[in-house]
Write a protein that binds this ligand. Structure first.
Ligand code: NAP
Length: 327
């Protein structure tokens, strides 16, 4: 039986199915550089399936038999693709199956931030609702008919645009590396330079992958370009934003509020100032985490793993150089 490591998250029915085919060992948040049991299994494993395993040259040096790492996520910024490709190790992800779920989450966070839903929930539950007419200090901001700027008009970006355009009559602006004519036709989306989008948008939503190009994409300069009334939403990865600059922009009133699913450090430090700001809505990186979608992601990741270990080209290969000879 081929040895496989399952890491952090593979839904139970999928794990059970894989256990019938492979010799699987499940690990959760271990010290991957020093845990002796993990290192022993790594040295013999041909496959890894899971979530957010940090993969670098050192880990790969300890994995001489490895053929494939199958991420249970669409993002793959946890993988050193260059090192993996050099060693002819396949990398796969789970695009598509989570698109609508993440867009729902991002839109939910956007509405929650604009209408201050978590803050007002605490207000009611803490017994602070004492007068019949609510004071204007608790009023929120409209979502409908506002301008939504989407940075990263990919699969999820388009699903967010769809919700904004059809559901809330929003004007959609977007910025990507390339023009998206389908989004322009379907959602009347208009392309802008990054600066143009930041200047014109009421909501600025980042949903790019984390790459060397997008790391720190939004910092002090970018927050200054935004409207003071702007609401900033990050559903991508924490490091696309300079978090300290976001904290200062919120403190200095450069922007009005932020809704964040992702952070520079996860789990977030308990003393992070973002946790103590009323105008910040946080969720624990749960964009794709519904029961239905997590199962679909695990199933797709398992399919990719099996293809790779069967010597076939997996459907969601992100380093195609490793399968040049396969169709
Ligand atoms: P996708 O279809 O590949 O779309 C990514 C988009 O980002 C593309 O439109 C791409 O533009 C754009 N982009 C890449 N680099 C850029 C840059 N330097 N400047 C501007 N735009 C850039 O991916 P997806 O499926 O929509 O997923 C996007 C990301 O969402 C993932 O990589 C992940 O980081 C994040 N995500 C988060 C969660 C969560 O739980 N919060 C869940 C799932 C995904 P081009 O097409 O022009 O190259």
């Amino acid at each position: 039986m081929k040895k496989v490591i399952a890491y952090n998250r593979v839904e139970k029915p999928v794990l059970e199915e894989l256990e019938r085919i492979y010799d699987i060992r499940f690990f959760k948040n271990v010290d991957t550089k020093n845990d002796p049991e993990f290192l022993e299994h790594l040295s013999e494993s041909e496959g890894i399936i899971g979530l957010e395993l940090p993969v670098d040259a050192e880990l790969l040096d300890n994995a001489p038999n490895l053929k494939i790492i199958s991420n249970v996520s669409v993002g793959y910024n946890n993988l050193d693709l260059e090192e993996m490709t050099k060693r002819n190790i396949m990398a796969t992800n789970t695009p598509g199956v989570l698109t609508d779920t993440v867009a729902d989450a991002v839109f939910g966070i956007l509405i929650a931030t604009a209408r201050r839903i978590p803050e007002l929930d605490h207000f009611v539950k803490n017994g602070e609702w004492k007068t019949e007419a609510i004071e204007n200090e608790h009023f929120g901001n409209n979502v409908h008919h506002k301008t939504l700027g989407i940075i990263g008009m990919g699969r999820i970006g388009k699903a967010i645009a769809q919700r904004g355009h059809f559901g809330f009559d929003m004007n959609i602006l977007y910025h990507s590396r390339s023009r998206k004519h389908d989004a322009e036709e379907r959602f009347a989306a208009e392309y802008r330079t990054l600066d143009g989008l930041l200047e014109e948008s009421d909501f600025v939503c980042v949903i790019t992958p984390l790459t060397p190009e997008t790391e720190g994409l939004i910092g002090k300069r970018e927050f200054k370009l935004m409207k003071k009334s702007a609401i900033f939403i990050n559903g991508s990865r924490g490091n696309t934003v300079v978090e300290q600059d976001l904290i200062e922009a919120l403190k200095d009133g450069e922007i009005t509020a932020a809704g964040l699913d992702v952070f520079e450090k996860e789990p977030i430090d308990p003393d992070n100032p973002l946790l103590y700001m009323k105008n910040v809505v946080t969720t624990p990186h749960i964009g794709s985490s519904t029961h239905e979608t997590e199962l679909k992601m695990s199933e797709l990741a398992a399919k990719n793993l099996k293809s790779g270990l069967n010597g076939e080209k997996p459907a969601n290969l992100v380093n195609p150089e490793t399968c040049k000879d396969k169709s």
